[in-house]
Design a protein around this ligand. Structure first.
Ligand SMILES: Nc1ncnc2c1ncn2[C@@H]1O[C@H](COP(=O)(O)OP(=O)(O)OP(=O)(O)O)[C@@H](O)[C@H]1O
Length: 490
């Protein structure tokens, strides 16, 4: 069996003392022992140790000296010194240097040892939890400097379903409603959707709405990592199990015990790795690379992919048995072009957060820019939108962000898509005398060309074979204004 309890290392050159301390702590902790500093460092390199108890007086290297090295190499390991001095005042400097959590003076009482070990293990756990939350906060709000409690709250808020910005009429509402329903049930969920639609955001929201919210959430991009690394990333490895495995590594599945792991881009994993995943999902056990021992972990698995995974199963590229293990519930995120209405709230919201992240104030978008943003198809979805808005913000002067700041391909796409939509609409629905219908078409062509030419009237006139004066006369005639409206009722 591999380690299931917190690991404690006892270092003392007196075998009898080691034995007695090991007996006191052995019931609650996984105990490792070392009679000298060299052996202690060996244990730390190979085992998962969270707390070190070290005797101060040892031949060769003192306890404080050893713990100073431990601090340098494994700063998260909690250090306790056991000393014969009744007045440790003269050791204070050294104790500070080694960052010692507690010193215990001899003779000690067993309860005193046990309490110190429990406190140290709790501290280790809190440190890891703090590191995890800080990391998630960094992802959520890069420059924020806030207190720990606020951090936790912010993480929860950022990864709540509300983080998926949408309007009351959005098709995202149904997806979020079903995700919220399924969050509390400990079943695997498969999230589908094009790239940048918010699959990871939804997975985080599911985790933070579940009973596992106080345990870790990790997202692993399975598509970006070669098989061997992916295996060691998820399952861990033993020191020396392959070239480059200089230390023992605890896998993410182990670190996430009690929490959730998102296997992102699951559609990209190799057939060989699919077998390994399936075995884990069937047995709930992990075996680190190079180890013969297995360990049971309790991790909820969420998976996501931009591929049509059922199609991959049909094509024989993805195992059917694995598919059914992962897809107890399938949630599909709609692309932005199928929820254009959301863009009117989403774009300003993203602009706000970009503006505070970059410390650059803005006055929002012009109506014309918003109309283009709404009309464009956004094949890269929200991520593409974020990039485009960052670009606009960087290029912007003092006033509101206009369509002229949009990339040419966005303008072209927006113009083509609104012209197509309106032309199709006109062709199907328009009735009346031919002359009026042609005029309405003409107004539409003018509008499309101006948008594409970013309202550069000379260019538009040239493209349309008109003089600037001729173009202006037509714009006046049709009441076409730069904000994308037609003044005359067409
Ligand atoms: N509805 C939304 N509201 C606000 N932000 C969103 C929304 N959807 C996605 N985002 C943001 O867009 C970016 C991309 O989202 P995310 O990484 O979750 O997408 P994804 O589908 O997992 O992408 P990929 O397939 O490329 O991994 C993130 O910064 C995320 O916060």
């Amino acid at each position: 069996m591999t380690q299931t309890r917190p690991g404690i290392l006892i270092v003392d050159d007196e075998p009898r003392s080691v034995e007695v301390i090991a007996r006191v702590l052995g019931e609650e902790f996984e105990v490792f022992t070392a009679l000298d500093a060299m052996r202690a460092l060996e244990v730390l390199e190979n085992e998962w140790v969270q707390v070190v108890f070290c005797d101060q007086r040892m031949p060769g290297r003192s306890g404080v000296d050893l713990l100073t090295e431990v601090r340098r190499r494994w700063p998260d390991v909690v250090r306790i010194i056991v000393t014969g001095y009744t007045d440790p005042q003269d050791m204070i400097g050294a104790i500070n240097e080694a960052g010692i959590y507690q010193f215990i003076t001899k003779p000690w009482h067993p309860d005193q040892l046990l309490l110190a070990a429990q406190g140290a293990a709790r501290l280790y756990h809190l440190q890891r939890e703090h590191d995890r939350l800080s990391l998630e906060l960094k992802l959520a709000a890069p420059a924020a400097e806030v207190r720990f409690a606020e951090q936790h709250e912010r993480v929860l808020r950022n990864f709540h379903f509300d983080a998926l910005v949408r309007t009351p009429a959005s098709p995202l509402n149904e997806v979020c409603r079903r995700a919220a329903q399924v969050a509390a049930f400990d079943i695997p969920v498969l999230v589908l959707g094009e790239t940048g639609t918010g699959k990871e955001l939804l997975a985080r929201a599911i985790h933070y709405a579940s009973l596992r919210s106080e345990r870790p959430f990790f997202a692993v991009n399975c598509g970006a990592i070669p098989d061997e690394l992916l295996e060691s990333e998820l399952f861990g490895h033993k020191k020396g199990s392959f070239t480059g495995a200089y230390t023992t590594r605890i896998g993410l599945l182990d670190q996430a015990d009690g929490g959730t792991i998102l296997l992102d881009e699951i559609g990209d994993v190799s057939p060989a790795f699919q077998v390994k995943l399936l075995r884990f999902l069937q047995e709930g056990e992990i075996r680190p690379v190079g180890s013969n021992e297995t360990r049971r972990v309790d991790v909820r698995i969420l998976a996501a992919t931009h591929r049509d995974l059922a199609g991959e199963v049909k094509a024989g590229r993805f195992r059917e048995d694995l598919y059914y293990r992962l897809a107890a519930m399938v949630l599909t995120l709609p692309p932005l072009r199928e929820r254009r209405g959301d863009l009117r709230v989403l774009a300003p919201r993203i602009l706000d957060s970009l503006s505070s992240a970059h410390g650059k104030r803005t006055q929002g978008f012009t109506e014309e820019a918003l109309a283009c943003i709404e009309a464009y198809d956004w094949p890269g979805n929200v991520r593409e939108l974020q990039n485009e808005l960052t670009r606009m913000l960087v290029l912007a002067g003092g006033g509101p962000l206009g369509a002229d700041l949009l990339s040419p391909h966005v303008l072209r796409g927006a113009a083509a898509s609104s012209a197509n939509a309106t032309a199709a609409d006109l062709a199907v629905k328009d009735t009346g005398p031919l002359k009026d219908r042609i005029e309405r078409m003409e107004a539409l062509i003018l509008m499309e060309t101006l948008l594409r030419c970013r309202w550069n009237k000379s260019r538009a006139a040239e493209e349309l074979g008109l003089s600037r004066v001729g173009l202006r006369a037509k714009l006046d005639r049709y009441g076409i204004a730069r904000d994308g409206t037609f003044g005359r009722s067409h």
